[in-house]
Structure formats: structure tokens, C-alpha cells
Design a protein around this ligand. Structure first.
Ligand SMILES: N[C@@H](CCC(=O)N[C@@H](CS)C(=O)NCC(=O)O)C(=O)O
Length: 334
């Protein structure tokens, strides 16, 4: 019995060792680039131009992680994924990070073997209708045809909302976001529902964007953030702290253009962020200028937001820093 127990214990220890060895960082370094899962095309978040160059805040996060690891923000490849495909792509190892307007929910956190490493955009579900319908509130939508994406929280939320308000509706769901846009644009549905940022982004693809109105109600909380596999705490920390570094840099006034002159700063928080003080990078398995490299290549969170999200007409709102009227609050580097 004792012998048997000893065997079980050693198998358990091996398993723990095995999990600890699931070193995504080593794999990424050996491969020479980061594999990042993004949406198939959502302006502001992750969108490719005709030459295959990806831009957006979700893209910036992956470029930031690449800069933190390699000192080179270009050492990343992007895999466009539909909402339905995204979690399998991550659990199967096809991608190292999922950075794709993905809502942090309890089931996704606890049932899929995945972990959310933070929030890079606080959103909520909204609804858009053609102005010609003269609708001003979601309460007027009884009996509506509603278009959305499969495999999303959106699909579940809209069903909850209509059922709990005893309203009837017909859901028309597609896997590809562009199919939803096309169906709505062609008048197949009265309503387009998704995250409000998604509405602002997809609206730009409509034949006449000005002929549509986003209703005032925000139905849900949709905290969007990067996701990694469970069982690799070092990797989780690298992703979490790359995001935190970008948010802290904004709070400390460190930007893409001034980061060079901020080196050697006598502000201790800046000195820790930029690797002048402490061993913060090494403790992540990186070099101590990991965060300086992110900011040099990408800039801080506010710069990324201004570049990609502001053009969609979305003000910072709740995504402003905590000391500027918002809820963006990164744990300190110390
Ligand atoms: N945040 C929601 C919705 C995410 C989602 O897939 N939204 C669609 C509509 S905005 C989308 O990303 N489409 C863009 C694409 O797939 O390229 C979730 O995590 O389930």
C-alpha cells in the first residue's frame, strides 16, 4: 500500500513538473515568433489591410508581447479566427495567445482550461437599427429579426434579454462577422446586435453608415481581454504584465516618443517600469528592458487607444484610467 501510494505521489509530482514545463515562452523563443489569434477583421481591434498588415488594439497587445520577449514587435504572426473557432485554436496549441475581443466570463474561465490575463477594453452589448424604422429604444423591438454571430456571448445575452422581458424575436446567426454585416445591410434583419465597439467598427462597412442608429441601452458587461492556456503561470504573467505595463506607462506619462529620455528617471515607478531599477523583467523570464521595449515599439495604452479606437468615434469612457474618470486600473510594478 505504501509502495502504491509512493507511486501515485511520484506520478503526481511528475504531472506537476510536466505542467510547470509547459513553457510557452520556450516554445515561442525556439520558434522565433509569437502566434497570436485575432478576429477575422474588426477595425480598431484587429484588421488586416490589402497587404496583410494587421492593426488594432488587440494586435498591439500581441506586438507588445513580442517586443517584450524578442525586443522586436514584428516577431508575431496573426491567425484570424471566428468566434466559434477561437477557443479550440488556443487549447490545441495553434496559437499562444488569443487577443480577439473576447468577453471574460465565468464558464470560459473555469470550463475551457483557459485563463483570462486581464481586460484591454471594457465593453457592453448594444443594438443598431436602421434609422428609417424610427425606433428609439430596445423596448420597441418586440417581434424583431435580429442578426448576430454564433459562438458569442451576444447570442446568449440577447436571448436572455428578450425572454426575461417577455418579448418575442427571431435570431439569425452567422459564423462570419462579414456575413452578419451583409445580412443586416441587405435588410434581412431589423437589428444588428454585438458589443458596442463592434457596432461602431462594423458600421463603417455598411453601404450608408449614417442611415443607422445605435440604441441608447447597454444590455450587458463585456470585459474583453487576452486569453492563455491554463497551466503555464509564467506565460500568463508575461501576457498580464505586458498589458499592465502599457496601462501603467500611460499613468506615468511614459510614451513612445519620450521613453528614451525617461530612461534614468529619478521617479522610482518609472525606473522600475523601464528596468533601471529591480529585476522585474528577469522575474518574468525576460530581460529587464521588456517594458521599455513594449513602449518603444507600441506606445502606452492611451496611445494605442487613440490610434485605433478613437477614429471609430468611441470616447475613452469607462476605458479611461482610474484617476481620470474610468475603471482602467493596473496593479503596480514594484
Ligand atoms: N465579445 C463577444 C463577441 C465577440 C465576437 O466575435 N464579436 C463579433 C462581432 S463584433 C466579431 O468579433 N466579429 C469580427 C470577426 O469575427 O472578425 C464574445 O466574446 O463572445
Amino acid at each position: 500500500m505504501k509502495k502504491f501510494l509512493a507511486l501515485v505521489v511520484s506520478a503526481g509530482a511528475m504531472m506537476i513538473a510536466g505542467v510547470a514545463q509547459a513553457a510557452t515562452l520556450d516554445d515561442v523563443k525556439a520558434r522565433g515568433y509569437l502566434q497570436c489569434g485575432v478576429s477575422q477583421g474588426l477595425p480598431g481591434f484587429s484588421n488586416a489591410d490589402d497587404n496583410g498588415n494587421w492593426t488594432g488594439i488587440d494586435v498591439d497587445l500581441c506586438r507588445g508581447v513580442a517586443a517584450a520577449i524578442f525586443g522586436d514587435a514584428n516577431k508575431v504572426r496573426f491567425t484570424p479566427l471566428s468566434a466559434k473557432q477561437r477557443f479550440t485554436a488556443l487549447s490545441s496549441g495553434e496559437i499562444d495567445i488569443l487577443s480577439r475581443n473576447t468577453t471574460w466570463t465565468m464558464t470560459r474561465d473555469t470550463q475551457l482550461g483557459l485563463n483570462f490575463a486581464g481586460v484591454n477594453y471594457y465593453d457592453g452589448q448594444g443594438l443598431m437599427v436602421p434609422s428609417s424604422l424610427g425606433i428609439t429604444s430596445v423596448s420597441e423591438l418586440d417581434g424583431a429579426n435580429i442578426c448576430t454571430n454564433t459562438g458569442t456571448t451576444t447570442e446568449l445575452n440577447i436571448t436572455d434579454y428578450f425572454r426575461s422581458n417577455n418579448m418575442s424575436f427571431e435570431l439569425i446567426a452567422f459564423e462570419k462577422a462579414d456575413e452578419v454585416v451583409a445580412a443586416y445591410d441587405a435588410g434581412r434583419c431589423d437589428v444588428y446586435t454585438t458589443d458596442r465597439s463592434g457596432l461602431a467598427a462594423q458600421r463603417t462597412k455598411l453601404t450608408n453608415p449614417d442611415a443607422h442608429v445605435v440604441l441608447p441601452e447597454i444590455l450587458t458587461k463585456e470585459p474583453l481581454g487576452p486569453v492563455v492556456r491554463q497551466g503555464d503561470d509564467q506565460w500568463f504573467n508575461i501576457v498580464r504584465w505586458s498589458l499592465n505595463a502599457m496601462i501603467n506607462a500611460e499613468e506615468l506619462g511614459v510614451t513612445k516618443s519620450n521613453v528614451g529620455s525617461m530612461m534614468g528617471s529619478n521617479n522610482p515607478s518609472i525606473a522600475r517600469l523601464l528596468g533601471d531599477e529591480g529585476n522585474f523583467g528577469q522575474e518574468l523570464g525576460l530581460s529587464n528592458d521588456w517594458a521599455a521595449n513594449i513602449i518603444k515599439a507600441i506606445g502606452n495604452y492611451g496611445e494605442s487607444y487613440d490610434k485605433h479606437i478613437t477614429p471609430l468615434g468611441l470616447a475613452r469612457g469607462v476605458n479611461a484610467l482610474w484617476n481620470n474618470g474610468g475603471i482602467l486600473y493596473a496593479a503596480p510594478i514594484r
